[in-house]
Structure formats: structure tokens, C-alpha cells
Ligand binder design. Structure first.
Ligand code: GAR
Length: 207
């Protein structure tokens, strides 16, 4: 297979793919020791597919709309991931909620990056939610995925200030820089396996 079997990851996307790019770059720069075995988009127009192909990574589209149910869609995803012996699934702007057919196939092995300091502002447009609420500190979270929306144990977080004259777009750009920094770090933490999930808490074991 040509790569460390315990370090084969998949990245699931729906759009732009800048977090995918951050993972590709971290691997190229050897800040992250992993192989992206496959990138899967649920939309054929996801820009991230081109980023994957440009990096020589297999890129597939599995359109959720082509399936009669969420379960059937998720079973198709799981089949592709199992075929490629993936041990960690990274959601990177993947805008579908995942149910038991997917979650049970990868227990404690699905990560998501979210543009807020969870548990504040789950769901869509988190940066605008934070801006509208008027918080003075915002940020990004990488967390394990469970059945709750943006709800699983937190792996890493980073904060950014909300500045007086920010627009939601300016704030989102500042948060995105942190997403790109912490996502590869979180993937490393998971692949290194020196952690334990204790209830809601992901605890790193002392070295
Ligand atoms: C990122 O900001 C990510 O945190 C967010 O979508 C964007 C995807 O950008 N995800 C969520 O809001 C998930 N709830 P990208 O396609 O350029 O990585």
C-alpha cells in the first residue's frame, strides 16, 4: 500500500477545500505524518476536488442526492473508505450531518473542524453568529464527531480577537488562519494515539 497503515486518512469535503489544502501542505512539509488515501466530496462542483487531484490524491464524488436515504449514502461512503483502509476520517467543510451508519463504522475516529469556540455557535455560519452576538473573542475548534451537531469531544481550539471594525468576512478570514494551523495538529494528535476519551474530555497521556 506504500504508506504506514495506521496513518491513512480520508478527507470529506463539500466545497472550497482550504482545510484540505492545509492538510496537504502539512504533509508535504512533514509537519504531519500521514497519507491522504482519498478525498470524497458530496458535490461534483466542490473546488477541493481539484486541489486533491493537483496533489496526486484520488478524488471521488459521491452525491448524497443520488441515494434514496441518508443510510444508503453513508453506507456507500463507508464502503469506499474501508476499501482504502482508512483509519481516520477528517471532515473539512463537509456539510452533511452524519448518522449511525457512518458514525458506528469509525468510532472515535472522525474529526471535524468548526469555525467557532464550541460549544458556542454550532451549526452553519458560525463566524457570523459570533459577530452578531457581539463576542470579543472567537475562534476555531477541531473535535471528534458524534451524533450531536458539532458536539463531540474537543481535540484542539484556538482563539482570535474580534476587532471593533470587523465585518463577518474579516472575522471569518482571521478564524480560517487558525483552522489551517490547528487541523493538522489535531490530526497528528489522533494518529499518534497518545490520548484517551473520558466522557466528553479528550485527555492526552503524559509522554
Ligand atoms: C471552514 O470554515 C469550516 O470550519 C467550516 O466550513 C468551512 C470550510 O472551508 N465548517 C463548518 O462550518 C462545519 N460546521 P474549506 O472548504 O475552505 O475548508
Amino acid at each position: 500500500m506504500g504508506s504506514d497503515p495506521g496513518r491513512r486518512i480520508a478527507v470529506l469535503i463539500s466545497g472550497r477545500g482550504s482545510n484540505l489544502q492545509a492538510l496537504i501542505d502539512a504533509i508535504a512539509e512533514q509537519r504531519l505524518h500521514a497519507t491522504i488515501a482519498v478525498v470524497i466530496a458530496n458535490r461534483p462542483d466542490a473546488q477541493g476536488l481539484d486541489r486533491a487531484r493537483a496533489a496526486g490524491i484520488e478524488a471521488l464524488t459521491i452525491e448524497h442526492r443520488a441515494f434514496a436515504s441518508r443510510t444508503l449514502f453513508e453506507e456507500a461512503l463507508v464502503r469506499e473508505l474501508r476499501e482504502r483502509q482508512v483509519s481516520l476520517v477528517c471532515l473539512a467543510g463537509f456539510m452533511r450531518l452524519l448518522g449511525p451508519a457512518f458514525l458506528d463504522a469509525f468510532p472515535n475516529a472522525i474529526l471535524n473542524v468548526h469555525p467557532s469556540l464550541l460549544p458556542a455557535f454550532p451549526g452553519v455560519d458560525a463566524q457570523r453568529q459570533a459577530w452578531q452576538y457581539g463576542v470579543k473573542v472567537a475562534g476555531a475548534t477541531v473535535h471528534l464527531v458524534n451524533g450531536e451537531l458539532d458536539g463531540g469531544p474537543i481535540v484542539t481550539q484556538a482563539s482570535v480577537p474580534v476587532l471593533e471594525h470587523d465585518t463577518p468576512d474579516m472575522l471569518a478570514a482571521r478564524i480560517l488562519v487558525e483552522e489551517h494551523r490547528i487541523y493538522p495538529e489535531a490530526v497528528s494528535i489522533m494518529l499518534d494515539g497518545q490520548h484517551e476519551v473520558q466522557g466528553r474530555r479528550l485527555v492526552r497521556k503524559p509522554r
